[in-house]
Design a protein around this ligand. Structure first.
Ligand SMILES: Nc1ncnc2c1ncn2[C@@H]1O[C@H](COP(=O)(O)OP(=O)(O)OP(=O)(O)O)[C@@H](O)[C@H]1O
Length: 308
């Protein structure tokens, strides 16, 4: 199937001479949730801005549902809803009026039934007559999403949708975004919360210093790069790792009370049996052990570290 967004050889050099995007090539599939992960200043907002026509790319090509963003801007932009990072709302307007107005900006004929549908979907219907200034931060965020959806776009960009949002609201937001995807939207979100990408995304792209350094199915990424760690809680603390064991991927933490062994989860030979034998030979006993899967966070930090 043709990608809903196709980006080819995209570059952005700001007038200061700073190269914020370096030869980006990226396809977004129809109906997926794509998370764009990257540290501060990596180029996430510049990339989204380029796709949404807010930033003028220096060169390259962007197609939104087949429409070229430079030569066929109106058609391309119509396909896209953008929820920006900052909450900008009209304090004295009602929720319904604000969302209805946004639809009008795209030249779409009024459609009260559609506006009702999205307000209900975002649990805003009960608040439809409330003034924007009377809403909580979480509600305002929902209104921003409703505004972005008001002209019936197929593609929704969420730029850091849960920045500064508490855990409970974040979960709400995730459920809501999944609901939008289930209703047929393609969602692209930027985040530096790894947890968010891990929880939500079908695919993950990592951007660093203006370059896409990885695009992968989330499950594949976890599978490929996932390392496991075995933590041994020792009977007695150990001062240092014995010389004979220093070649192993071992780390002593918690004042020598815990020993961590990192191994490849995919490998047939984990080396655990040998490790336990060697520890016993060195008189290192443990009272308990547990193993954990490396998180996406570790993967991400390692990737970004490798590039710098
Ligand atoms: N108008 C501008 N002129 C010059 N440089 C800019 C401009 N806008 C952004 N930059 C630079 O481009 C780089 C990428 O910025 P961008 O906002 O796209 O990053 P980001 O990944 O969205 O960061 P954050 O996670 O902090 O929002 C940064 O180094 C930033 O300072």
């Amino acid at each position: 199937m043709q990608p809903i967004i196709s980006i080819k050889n995209l570059n952005k050099v700001y007038s200061s001479g700073f190269k914020a995007l370096n030869n980006i090539n990226l396809d977004i599939n129809r109906g997926e949730i794509f998370a764009l992960l990257g540290p501060n200043g990596a180029g996430k907002t510049t990339l989204i801005g380029s796709i949404c026509g807010i930033v003028n790319p220096t060169d390259g090509e962007i197609l939104a549902d087949g429409h070229n963003i430079s030569t066929d801007f109106r058609k391309a932009r119509e396909k896209i809803g953008l929820v920006p990072q900052e909450l900008t709302t009209e304090a004295f307007e009602s929720v319904k009026a604000t969302v209805t107005f946004s639809r009008g900006l795209f030249g779409k004929p009024a459609d009260p039934a559609y506006i009702e549908k999205i307000l209900r979907q975002l649990s805003l219907w009960d608040k439809r007559d409330s003034k924007m200034m009377a809403l909580s931060g979480g509600m305002k965020r929902r209104v921003m999403i409703a505004k972005a959806l008001s002209h019936e776009p197929q593609i929704l960009f969420l730029d850091e949708p849960t920045a500064g949002v508490d855990v409970e609201l974040r979960r709400d937001m995730w459920d809501m975004v999944r609901g939008l995807r289930d209703n047929g939207a393609t969602i692209i979100l930027t985040t530096h919360y790894i947890e968010e990408a891990e929880e939500m995304a079908d695919r993950i792209g990592v951007i660093n210093k203006g370059e896409i350094i990885l695009v992968e199915e989330k499950s594949e990424l976890m599978h490929k790069l996932g390392k496991r760690q075995l933590t041994l809680h020792l009977q007695c603390p150990v001062q240092s790792i014995p010389e004979e064991l220093k070649h192993l991927p071992l780390e002593l933490i918690d004042d020598g009370n815990e020993l961590i062994y990192t191994f490849d989860a995919q490998s047939e030979h984990t080396g655990i049996a040998e490790l336990l034998k060697q520890l016993s030979q060195h008189g290192i006993d443990f009272k308990d052990l547990n193993s954990t899967q490396n998180s996406l966070e570790d993967i991400f930090v390692n990737l970004v570290k490798e590039q710098s």
